[in-house]
Write a protein that binds this ligand. Sequence first.
Ligand SMILES: C[S@@+](CC[C@H](N)C(=O)[O-])C[C@H]1O[C@@H](n2cnc3c(N)ncnc32)[C@H](O)[C@@H]1O
Length: 249
Amino acid sequence: MTDVYESDTLLDQYLRFHYSAYEDYFPHDFDMRKAFNFPVRCAIEGPDYDLLKANELALDVGCSVGRSSFELSKYFSSVVGIDFSHSFINAALELKNKGECVVHSADESANKSEGSVRLDASMIKERVHFESGDAQDLREDLGCFDLVIACNLICRLPQPLKFLDRLPQLVKPGGQLFMTTPFTWLEEYTPKENWLSNETGDSFQGLSNALDSSFKLLKCWDMPFLIRDHSRKFQFSIAQASRWQRLKC
Ligand SMILES: C[S@@+](CC[C@H](N)C(=O)[O-])C[C@H]1O[C@@H](n2cnc3c(N)ncnc32)[C@H](O)[C@@H]1O
């Protein structure tokens, strides 16, 4: 049996957990409620709607179960949501077609109760199209969009640069790109040699290096989010959000 509590990572984590000063341990003053509704906030706060020339086509890469895509339907006449997971895309389609989807909530680890989540009537679901696909190998005829969003996707890709290199083709000149990422690099998703932090030790610098020749950085900020494991355990993360404008050729 391997004892995870013998690893250096957990040793460091617990030394910090037991002995760090608050300001050093958590140098943020977020109200936990602000970490709620992340996919909605991505759609509303991510793009600068005043700067967008057209609100026709939006693309949500790594859309998961679709909430940001549905939210974007209030602003764009057509939204494409793409994800690698068939079960996520099936759930998004069920929400589109039936307006609701069964969900199981863990009360305490193993105990689960069944309920449902619903799509509220303000979403214009006819405008949203979901498909499964690989962000690193998107179909050639996908087209060109006024807005592309990719939220918490890049540190889940084996080859983030393959996706980033495709972005200039996907965003119309003057159009916008909105990305968030907590930069949680893990070898189970991304081989170490492909981490964007490699060259400078700073992942955002690596991201900027990949985008700089085709995009201008408009804004960069922190976006907290909260994922529920069970009623007594939540994952709190702070994604780095960045809004970019595609340079005119
Ligand atoms: C951390 S989740 C973020 C989902 C969603 N954007 C959000 O903010 O809640 C990462 C998502 O990326 C998807 N994903 C992982 N690898 C992918 C790939 N190669 N192509 C497309 N989607 C991928 C996963 O299925 C998952 O839905």
